[in-house]
Write a protein that binds this ligand. Sequence first.
Ligand code: SF4
Ligand code: SF4
Length: 137
Amino acid sequence: MATRKIVLHFPPSIVNKPLIYKLTKEYDIEFNILKASISPEEEGLLVLELNGETTKLNNAIKFLEKENIKIQSLDQDIIHNLEKCTHCGLCVPICPTFAFEKNPVTHEINFIKEKCIACEFCVKVCPYDALTVNFAV
Ligand code: SF4
Ligand code: SF4
């Protein structure tokens, strides 16, 4: 199973077509809608998390592109808010990629963004809401 987060831009002519329904029915793809909106010009924007086998995912995305939907990959990263962080250290052991390091002198927790794979484990354990997910399109 693979996961992809994508942004779909629908032209006004197909806003009402049941295309997303077809992802499940015809391509065996599970999806979560992360964000949905329709602009004043009636252009639709949908942010989806897709889950499925890699080949099926690729076929589903090709299907959407053929339907004249513009697709962008969604980059997701983690923000470490130093104003909220108390350096309690709870995020350090939970991180699978060792993206947090404790400074041996100051005991402060440093976030090494380059190591982060945005799995969100740390976001769930931080008691001070100092770690948040940033969606950049
Ligand atoms: S769990 Fe939150 S408050 Fe604690 S060190 Fe990590 S980011 Fe800072
Ligand atoms: S999102 Fe995952 S990989 Fe990134 S810092 Fe948090 S626990 Fe580590």
